[in-house]
Design a protein around this ligand. Structure first.
Ligand SMILES: Nc1nc2c(c(=O)[nH]1)N[C@H]1C(S)=C(S)[C@@H](COP(=O)(O)OP(=O)(O)OC[C@H]3O[C@@H](n4cnc5c(=O)[nH]c(N)nc54)[C@H](O)[C@@H]3O)O[C@H]1N2
Ligand SMILES: Nc1nc2c(c(=O)[nH]1)N[C@H]1C(S)=C(S)[C@@H](COP(=O)(O)OP(=O)(O)OC[C@H]3O[C@@H](n4cnc5c(=O)[nH]c(N)nc54)[C@H](O)[C@@H]3O)O[C@H]1N2
Ligand SMILES: [Mo]
Length: 759
């Protein structure tokens, strides 16, 4: 008996299913782009705005962190970039009248989609203790409220300063400076939930927590492995780069439990030929079981070791450490166990090996499919082992390529948004600004939630993002947020974090990337760093959504003056007036930013130094690139259970829902779907179209339930299931995190499917 979807969601969630598509982008994508953009912005504004995305004198696309090609087309059409822009440049507005009409209790019952559709925030809004309506307040009053709460804490460590990844370098630098002058390293950020595992693994093994390839390297590679990533939806411009790499002779191996449209076929909307034919990007598709990647790479490493002449011995001898221990572990890799862990066949792995051995220059790209598991850090370390074996780091056309998410998430970390800052960074801050920064480690996202839950943190301040929806274990997180004294969100759009609040709450509306930023010294630009460590300027041109908006740097500077007062010797007023003065300080504090202002004047921007890439120097504890030898792990499933990954549809940007379709996966008009392999579904007795509850099972014995998901028979790997985030965050236990990086394991949740209404 099929149950019914819950009626509580005001959005009519009635999924229709047509089966997966094989081709991504092309003309239909352009059509969708324009339709979506015009609904939000109108025709004229659409044309003017989209023409400025990623142009030399324009703004950086607020979508993903994929780098710009050197020769930028006018409007390099990217459907999802355009949606991100339209979402921000929309003409819809949320005014004080809106809040008068909608009490918070009402907002808390709305879907994230509905909240986002209301438009741009226009005024600072305050929710007083016990009140049910936000009311407009002046900026002065808003800063007074934050100051009142911050200065009455028993310790600065009772405050949390979260950052999402759209924040510019300038705002991020000021924000961490303020938090540290205030006295805490509690700077959790979205990266904790995202590529933290990559940073942890790369820092330890190659000494730099960032990718080691530039765009040119992709064009020169012989082999590109794309593992745990869905570029057709999340990094569409990457497909053009892969297409170019292929034209230059590269082969591509895709490792994914799902066949994802863009990797199968890609129609490049920039070229007439690409439009007509569409290229198959993937040469070998390894449809892996969720969490099987470490086992796969371990076995490939064993096979490389067993092949005469396959190891780059000169590189290994000169540049690496830990080879003996690693080879011992790798030689013990077992075929049978690997086939079980990966669900692959022997001939597929043999074929992969042939391609690996035929390649002199190999790049491995990855995203959330590798970073959000319990054993993510050892998995990424195994990828590093794989590349080191054949000397594939610090050589043109080769290297590690973690593909970042938010457009400036990498830059924010470079600017010091980190709960565990390096002592050298704090020394530099101390020297430049003449205060003693706190030295103890702060809370990351998961620890911040626990701290609020346990009343150890009482003020939550967010520079962007949507903390309650993005975080794991929604019910736990929401209860934790509600315990706070004050929650503050610097935001462009309304989201659930504005409705699930502390005793008091503030919404501080801010300028987006697309908007003109006028300060005392004139029009400002900001800077961002992409996934490949290129830094460049971003300049908004649109009229701000409201005359009451302040820029993120201005908000931080005014707040800092109000909270820190005379005690701070930092020239906050000057920083607010002229962002170039902020960049002058960054230049003196952050290595690689020497002459920042002069260099960023070059429209192409500049590359940050990367010792392993540039000079095969590995600034690790051993002074060499480290091989590692962790035991192989993979998820083991109890009978009748599936391993659920929580992922993005084609119509969302993280917690921002653009629409209810996932075109490439053939799903329309609904998000409460769970994709299940037809064989598994048959064994579980779940016909396509059945409504089920997803129930997550974790060792704490707590039952976490997401009701009313329509089963969709879908060609995912056996034993695996997929459903969208954030609807399924309720299923991810707070304590289920990656070892070392503490990233929520949102790609490996053990679930059982119960027919809705049966129990
Ligand atoms: N349009 C759009 N663009 C975005 C975003 C967005 O929401 N919308 N989000 C941005 C952000 S913050 C990020 S971090 C990135 C996210 O970019 P992605 O990492 O591409 O995002 P996900 O949707 O989480 O997709 C995870 C992919 O990994 C695969 N996968 C899952 N588990 C495994 C596994 O165990 N092994 C392997 N090999 N594969 C696995 C899934 O099938 C899926 O293809 O995109 C950024 N860009
Ligand atoms: N289950 C599960 N959970 C996940 C993931 C997953 O794959 N599965 N992915 C994780 C990942 S990779 C990430 S990065 C996090 C994302 O976590 P967050 O970064 O916290 O979430 P977003 O949805 O990107 O934030 C959207 C909000 O940011 C605000 N915003 C947009 N632009 C701006 C701006 O320019 N300035 C300011 N101040 N605010 C702005 C808007 O108000 C909008 O509502 O979620 C994580 N959570
Ligand atoms: Mo992310």
């Amino acid at each position: 008996m099929a149950g019914k979807p819950p009626q509580s969601d005001p959005v009519q969630d009635a999924p229709q299913v047509a089966g997966p598509k094989h081709t991504a982008a092309g003309l239909p994508a352009i059509g969708h782009t324009l339709r979506h953009a015009q609904q939000q912005m109108g025709v004229r504004r659409t044309a003017l705005t989209l023409l400025r995305v990623n142009q030399k004198d324009g703004f950086d696309c607020p979508g993903c962190a994929w780098p710009e090609p050197e020769h930028r087309h006018t409007a390099e059409f990217c459907e999802n970039g355009a949606k991100a822009v339209a979402e921000e440049a929309t003409l819809r507005r949320v005014t004080p009248d809106f809040f008068a009409a909608h009490p918070v209790s009402d907002l808390a019952n709305r879907s994230g989609y509905w909240l986002g559709q209301q438009g741009r925030l226009t005024r600072p809004m305050y929710l007083a203790e016990g009140a049910d309506h936000y009311e407009a307040v002046s900026w002065e009053r808003a800063f007074d409220i934050v100051a009142e709460e911050l200065t009455s804490l028993d310790s600065p460590d009772e405050a949390l300063f979260y950052t999402s990844g759209r924040t510019s370098n300038e705002a991020a630098f000021l924000y961490q400076l303020f938090a540290r002058e205030f006295g805490t390293n509690n700077l959790p950020d979205c990266s904790n939930m995202c590529h933290e595992s990559s940073g942890s693994a790369l820092n330890e093994t190659i000494g730099v927590g960032k990718g080691s390839v530039l765009l040119e390297d992709l064009y020169r590679a012989d082999l590109i492995v794309v593992a745990g990533q869905n570029p057709g939806t999340n990094h569409p411009r990457m497909l053009s780069a892969l297409e170019k790499a292929k034209a230059n002779g590269a082969k591509i191996i895709t490792v994914n439990p799902l066949p994802e449209a863009g990797m199968e076929r890609f129609k490049n909307p920039q070229t007439a030929q690409g439009m007509l034919k569409g290229a198959a990007l993937t040469d070998l598709f390894l449809q892996i079981r969720i969490g099987g990647d470490q086992a796969l790479f371990r076995l490939l490493n064993k096979l490389i070791l067993e092949t005469e002449g396959a190891v780059d011995e000169a590189f290994v001898a000169e540049h690496t450490h830990g080879y003996e221990e690693f080879t011992e572990a790798a030689r013990a890799a077992d075929w049978d166990e690997t086939l079980t862990a990966t669900g692959l066949t022997r001939s597929q792995i043999d074929e992969a090996l042939r391609m690996v051995l035929a390649s002199e220059r190999t790049i491995v790209c990855w995203a959330m499919g590798l970073t959000q598991h319990k054993h993510s850090v050892p998995t990424i370390r195994e990828v590093v082992n794989f590349l080191l074996l054949r000397g594939n780091i610090g050589r043109p056309g080769a290297g590690v390529c973690p593909v970042r998410g938010h457009s400036n998430v990498q830059g924010d970390r470079t600017m010091g948004i980190f709960e565990r800052p390096a002592p050298a960074f704090l020394d530099a801050l101390e020297k430049e600004f003449g205060f003693a920064p706190p030295r103890g480690h702060g809370y990351d996202v998961v620890r911040a939630i626990r701290a609020m839950r346990d009343d150890k943190a009482k003020v939550f301040f967010a520079m962007g993002g949507n903390f309650v929806s993005a975080s794991p274990d929604t019910e736990v997180t929401e209860a934790a947020m509600r315990r706070a004294r004050l929650t503050v969100h610097v935001s462009t759009k309304l989201n659930r974090s504005h409705a699930v609040t502390g005793a008091r709450a503030l919404i501080l509306p801010t300028l987006g990337r697309t908007e003109r930023d006028l300060q005392g010294s004139g029009e400002q630009f900001v800077t961002v760093e992409d996934s490949m460590g290129m830094v460049h300027a971003s300049r908004g041109r649109l009229e701000p959504a409201s005359e009451h908006l302040l820029s993120e740097p201005a908000i931080v500077c005014r707040l800092a003056r109000r909270v820190l007062g005379e005690a701070s010797r930092t020239p906050w007023e000057e920083f607010e007036k002229d962002y170039a003065t902020v960049r002058d300080r960054v230049a003196r504090v952050v290595p690689g930013f020497e002459d920042f202002n002069a260099r960023v004047a070059n429209p192409a921007g500049f590359a940050l130094p990367h010792a392993p890439r540039d000079e095969r120097r590995f600034p690790t504890a051993t002074g060499k690139a480290n091989f590692t030898a962790a035991p192989v792990e993979y998820p083991r499933l109890p009978e009748g259970r599936l391993l659920l990954q929580t992922l993005r549809s084609h119509d969302q940007y993280n917690t921002t829902i653009y629409g209810l379709d996932d075109r490439y996966r053939g799903i329309r008009n609904g998000r409460r779907v769970v994709l299940v392999n037809p064989e598994d579904a048959r064994e579980l007795g779940l016909a396509d179209g059945t409504y089920t509850d997803l129930v997550s099972e974790w060792k704490d014995g707590v039952e976490r339930r997401a009701p009313g998901f329509r089963v969709v028979h879908y060609p995912t790997a056996r034993g695996c299931a997929a459903a969208y985030y954030p609807e399924t965050n309720v299923l991810v236990p707070l304590d289920a995190t990656a070892d070392t990086s503490n990233t929520p394991a949102s790609k490996s949740v053990v679930v059982r499917l119960e027919q809705s209404g049966t129990d």
